[in-house]
Ligand binder design. Structure first.
Ligand code: C5P
Length: 222
């Protein structure tokens, strides 16, 4: 059986990571959360007091930041220079700055290089915003996940509460909409459905439904 690459793109909180993780488990593939990489850089930049608009400053941080994505029973763990930042990169300071960091062409160029290196042997499920359009344009399966802002905010709210994070539903709606707008309007590799991606609206679907729909597509192509 051939080991393929699967690209999962879509707006914030559309269920990409949950679905991608489940697919990777089912197929014994590697799961690569590219959003976590932009978040890890944002976390390091904020910690070092580097402005999110300072591309040179961000590149200095990125060039001495070793980002590792490690699978574990609790899901994927994220390390920067050996420090476990899995939880820290989900906090609202990082979430609300990350789209500014991800706008810079030099930052994206370096991230894409690292992402392709992670994916070079195939057998990967990679989620993000530009995977089907830029990072893995030859991925055998490309999925674009959508859901209404209301539904996405509700899901993220429930997730925050489960994690013990403070959470406000109305504020989440605004933050998600703002992040989508910045991600869709940026000049380099904006959030966009690849022409050959299959769109799935998850608003009224369960995770199981989405995973089995994608597995059907995968089984046709391996
Ligand atoms: O997927 P997640 O919501 O964790 O991504 C955080 C942010 O990282 C996105 O809002 C976007 O600004 C950026 N990102 C990106 N390209 C990717 C993945 C994430 O620009 N491939």
């Amino acid at each position: 059986e051939k080991k393929i690459s699967i690209a999962i793109d879509g707006p914030a909180a559309a269920g990409k990571s949950t679905v991608a993780k489940r697919l990777a488990e089912t197929l014994s593939y590697l799961y690569i959360d590219t959003g976590a990489m932009y978040r890890a850089l944002t976390y390091c930049a904020l910690k070092r007091g580097v402005d999110v608009n300072d591309e040179k400053g961000l590149m200095n941080v990125l060039n001495d930041t070793y980002i590792e994505l490690k699978p574990s029973e609790r899901g994927q763990l994220v390390f920067v220079n050996g420090e476990d930042v899995t939880e820290l990169i989900r906090k609202s300071d990082v979430t609300n700055s990350v789209s500014y960091v991800a706008k810079h062409p030099a930052v994206r160029e370096e991230m894409v290089k690292r992402q392709r290196e992670f994916a070079k042997d195939g057998g990967v499920v990679m989620d993000g915003r530009d995977i089907g359009t830029h990072v893995l344009p030859n991925a055998e399966v490309k999925i674009f996940l959508l859901a209404s802002v209301e539904e996405r905010a509700k899901r993220r709210h429930a997730e925050n509460i489960a994690r013990g994070f403070p959470s406000d539903l109305e504020q989440l709606k605004e933050e998600i909409a703002r992040r989508d707008k910045i991600d869709s309007e940026r000049a380099v590799a904006p959030l966009k459905k690849a022409e050959d991606a299959i769109e799935i609206d998850t608003t009224s679907l369960s995770i199981d439904d989405v995973v089995s729909e994608i597995m059907k597509i995968v089984e046709e192509r391996v």
